[in-house]
Write a protein of this length. Structure first.
Length: 306
């Protein structure tokens, strides 16, 4: 019988961590993060990385595992790393909760996707890293429009990886993704997605969180990274909040304009997340105070034995 794993996903600022931590305490679980920005040690405030208090004594995995100057961390890396964590947790007779908003990571892990290996072209990658994000995204759109549609223009890391794959293999990333195959899933998943029937309420939470991040020192965090010479790496990663404030520090935007863009880009990202998660089977749960109780009730109704 396959081990049962709970997935808590949803848009940014929907309260995923709060629900996952509370559920973990009830079912005796550890949490495996599915967030493409929280993997970086230096990106704390802008990634909404949970504090020790918010973790509530629950062990979290795949947070703070890389530096921003590391080689790009791709979905294949995530699938391998997450499986290693899951097997370790299960070996200690604990349950597993996958929690995060990076749908690409979650879906490929659930589907047990088998990826072919691609040799990196470090020289070409460095050439691309010197180019502006908009130019890179235009290059990708010309070679792989499907992939360009799925990747935010600010996410230089993923855009560069897609261009590198095309150069080294002669095939687009979209084509290779279709050639990748899903083996028999290793685990039995139940996937809960947090939803906002009132989209305005979600946007209000996003705006309030952006303001809280600024009060909490996000500008100083970005300034410190800039002073340590990490601007190129931050732009390659393309994390919302960091790119806009780098533009502020360089004089391209005023601080008010940067904060405005952070809020707008985050709202746009939340829309894309909701669209992504609605493509896959999930049990949709209204975000808020009643979410945890509804999830527990569904689990108790026979889907998973506590």
């Amino acid at each position: 019988m396959k081990e049962k794993i709970v997935v808590i996903c949803g848009p940014t600022a929907s309260g995923k961590t709060h629900v996952a931590v509370a559920l973990a305490k009830i079912i005796g679980a550890e949490i495996v993060s599915a967030d493409s920005i929280m993997v970086y040690k230096e990106l704390n405030i802008g990634s909404a990385k949970p504090t020790p208090e918010e973790m509530g004594g629950i062990k979290h995995h795949l947070i703070d595992i890389l530096s921003v100057n590391s080689a790009p961390f791709c979905v294949a890396d995530y699938v391998t790393s997450a499986d290693t964590c899951v097997r370790d947790i299960l070996s200690r007779n604990k349950r597993v909760i996958i929690c995060g908003g990076t749908g690409l990571y979650i879906d490929h892990f659930m589907n047990n996707t088998q990826f072919s290996e691609h040799e990196p072209d470090i020289g070409y990658r460095k050439e691309l890293e010197a180019l502006p994000a908009a130019e890179l995204h235009k290059m990708l759109a010309e070679t792989d429009a499907e992939c360009a549609e799925a990747i935010h223009p600010n996410n230089k890391k993923r855009v560069i990886r897609a261009l590198e794959i095309y150069k080294t293999t002669g095939k687009t990333k979209s084509e290779l993704d279709r050639l990748a195959y899903s083996a028999e899933p290793k685990y039995d998943f139940i996937k809960f997605a947090l939803n906002f029937s009132d989209r305005g309420a979600l946007y209000a939470k996003i705006d309030a969180r952006a303001d809280a991040m600024m009060r909490g020192g996000l500008l100083d965090e970005v300034r410190g990274l800039h002073e340590r010479g990490e601007e190129r790496n931050i732009r390659r990663i393309g994390a919302i909040g960091y790119v806009e404030l780098l533009d502020c520090l360089s004089g391209r935007l005023s601080l008010d304009e940067a904060v405005r863009d952070i809020k707008q880009h985050t709202r746009n990202y939340a829309k894309r997340q909701l669209t992504w998660f609605k493509r896959e089977d999930a049990v949709w749960v209204e975000a808020g105070e009643g979410a945890l109780n509804k999830i527990i009730k569904i689990i108790k109704n026979g889907i998973m034995q506590l």
